[in-house]
Design a protein around this ligand. Structure first.
Ligand code: SF4
Length: 321
């Protein structure tokens, strides 16, 4: 996640701040009634993820979740996604605790995280071990072991990035405090609960993080789809309705597990300007989904199974295998 700090600073430097500080052209804000759900749907509230998930060609997932009250099947992909989310939160908190409680003289966050790496991975795995136990079919032992090794590579990668940035700043500033540097450059708020009932979102809407009050973010793993960006559009609208403050940028921290390399892949992770076109497309999707729930009609399956996401948790319901 601390990769976002580097990304942000690089973009700031490359554009001399112009992209991040230019006057916004966005008009469709979460606090303005033009973005609100149509009044006939005002009593309907759906989780942000249920609305923003746009991979089903017919939006049948929404029908299952919100009309039939069905639970999505737990899958290995969903389990690993949850653990990865937890892993980043645990690493961030461990870094913050260390930076807040150690002075510049002996500051060595890299060694500290390396010593803690196995324990941090265990913490993340323990959080969702009940989900792992329920998976059917059970994952192969080798996959479980490889996943734990990949999590450790994530810890080491985050440790390297954090240490490099902290050490650079400590070398640059004579009188400074590591806790202050950490707060300035790794300012991730990961405890947001937003209320955005006009948007038709169930409360609380919980983005994975907000970086420096400027970028709203979500952590995703698994296959990349451009439509994942809907998630941060939704959270930006929720943030704007909740706070009445503008949110112009989003980021999906897309994590491809390292497996054959030493670092995770973040190839699809970029700062995204959440312009009106993206907002209009998302609002059309939201209204379509609210309409499915209001009517209670099953939108059915697409003509071909190939149109479905192989990671969809409803594959067996829709296609019977
Ligand atoms: S299996 Fe296909 S049709 Fe069914 S919910 Fe998933 S993506 Fe939609």
């Amino acid at each position: 996640m601390h990769y976002i700090t580097i990304l942000f600073e690089k973009m700031y430097e490359r554009t001399k701040g112009s992209i991040l500080e230019a006057e916004s052209t966005i008009r469709l804000r979460g606090y303005s009634p033009q973005s609100w759900a149509p009044s006939e749907f005002q009593d309907l509230k759906l989780p942000v993820n249920a609305i923003a998930y746009a991979i089903c060609p017919t939006s049948r997932d929404t029908y299952f979740y919100s009309v039939k009250d069905m639970e999505a099947e737990q899958t290995w992909e969903r389990y690993t996604g949850r653990v990865i989310d937890a892993m980043y939160r645990i690493i961030h908190n461990a870094c913050k605790d260390y930076a807040d409680s150690n002075g510049a003289r002996d500051f060595d966050i890299y060694s500290h995280l390396l010593e803690q790496a196995d324990d941090l991975v265990d913490q993340a795995l323990r959080k969702h071990q009940s989900v792992l136990r329920k998976l059917d079919p059970k994952p192969a032992e080798a996959d479980v072991t490889t996943f734990a090794q990949d999590l450790k590579k994530i810890v080491i990668f985050e440790a390297l990035i954090t240490a490099a940035w902290m050490n650079f700043e400590l070398a640059r500033q004579r009188d400074t405090n590591p806790g202050h540097i950490y707060q300035e450059y790794f300012d991730f708020n990961m405890d947001l609960g937003l209320t955005a009932s006009h948007q038709g979102f169930k409360s609380p809407a919980t983005p994975d993080f907000i970086y420096r009050h400027k970028v709203i973010g979500d952590i995703k793993s698994g296959d990349w789809h451009q439509s994942l960006e809907y998630t941060v559009v939704a959270y930006a609208l929720a943030y704007e309705e909740h706070t009445r403050l503008d949110m112009d940028f989003g980021v999906i921290l897309h994590v491809e597990l390292p497996s054959s390399r030493r670092v995770p892949g973040h190839y699809n992770t970029n700062l995204i300007y959440l312009d009106d076109d993206k907002r209009i497309r998302f609002l059309a999707l939201r209204n379509r989904k609210l309409e499915i729930v209001a009517s209670g009609n099953d939108p059915g399956i697409p003509a071909d199974k190939d149109e479905c996401d192989p990671g969809c948790p409803f594959l067996s319901f829709c296609w019977g295998d």
